[in-house]
Structures are given as structure tokens and as C-alpha cells.
Design a protein around this ligand. Sequence first.
Ligand SMILES: [Zn+2]
Length: 65
Amino acid sequence: MLDKRLLDVLACPRCKGPLEYDTAREELICRGEALAYPVRDGIPVMLVAEARPLNPAAETQDLHP
Ligand SMILES: [Zn+2]
């Protein structure tokens, strides 16, 4: 489980916007950009290259060219 205080200080590395924690999927969600950042072993991976798009239509796009 992610520390709520940690969540408060975290921001999207791309748009600097606030993040929401998805407890079910263990991801940090940037609503503005519809990106999800993974949380591995309780450590948020705040890398744009590791983020995945939330829009199902964009799932097929390759984020890692
Ligand atoms: Zn963002």
C-alpha cells in the first residue's frame, strides 16, 4: 500500500499534475493525460517511458519505439 503522504507530494513527471492511486491495479493515474504509472514493490515508478495509456484505444500504440 502506498503512503498517503507520499501520494501528496508525487506529481506527474510530464505535466506536473496531481496523481491518483488506483489501489486495485497499483498504479498512479494522471487524469489529465490518461496515463498510468506503475508501482513496483510499493515504489512508484515515475518514468514517462514506463507509463501506460489509460485509453483502451491507445493500448495498441507502442510507447517504446
Ligand atoms: Zn501528467
